[in-house]
Write a protein that binds this ligand. Sequence first.
Ligand code: FES
Length: 114
Amino acid sequence: MVDATNANAPLCALEDVPDGGGLEPVPAILVVRRGAQAWAYRNVCPHFSIPLNYEPNTFWAYGGELVMCAHHSAMFRFEDGACVDGPCLGARLTAVPIRIENGTIMLDDTEAGT
Ligand code: FES
């Protein structure tokens, strides 16, 4: 089990995350991936402060660009977590800083977390 409280802890392999989709490798952290890029967020929808998904590790993503909240269909950009459509338009997911090292996604306490 990954210790998500440990900055610089490995979360998962990049390849574990579906290309164009999302994975929750540790509780409450969502990783989305497009090719060799990945971004991580707290798995908390800013609309009602509940997880984006109903089922474990089932995230609805579109075109490798957007992930949708399963509750009221808010759409969030992979790159910055901004809600671009839905009931919390303009809100953002909370970024979790990560880096990719030799194909492994690591928590990263050296980034500001944009
Ligand atoms: S809880 Fe996510 S859109 Fe409403």
